[in-house]
Design a protein. Structure first.
Length: 119
């Protein structure tokens, strides 16, 4: 069996806690000098969101039958995954519990609009 630091989890077992642990371990490898700033992380996230939007445009182009380059849903899945990873890296940088923040924001939005759904 792999050590805890290199353990891979099936997709259905991924949690915010496991993402954070994996990001923490990989970040030590990626940036051992701890040079990456919040500004860098913000630009990284913006880039990933832009890439996802470009894929969405290509998927919509396909749906509309307009000429141009194409993409597949798998391409969008990869970009969305990058967005989640980057968001956690920003939260990690700032000491934010992303799982707690997501639940609180989801619930606040439901409350604001009179919806019953809660996290």
């Amino acid at each position: 069996m792999k050590s805890q630091e290199t353990q891979q989890f099936p997709a259905e077992e991924i949690t915010f806690e496991r993402l954070r642990k994996s990001n923490t371990i990989r970040q030590q490898e990626w940036d051992p000098g701890d040079q990456i700033s919040l500004s860098y992380r913000g630009n990284e996230l913006a880039g990933e969101v832009g890439e996802a939007c470009n894929i969405i445009k290509k998927l919509e182009r396909e749906r509309l039958g307009i000429r141009g380059s194409r993409a597949e849903k798998a391409d969008l899945a990869q970009e969305l995954a990058d967005i989640i990873i980057c968001a956690d890296l920003i939260a990690m940088h700032e000491g934010i519990d992303l799982a707690k923040a997501v639940a609180e924001k989801f619930n606040a939005t439901s409350e604001k609009y009179g919806l019953e759904s809660r996290f």
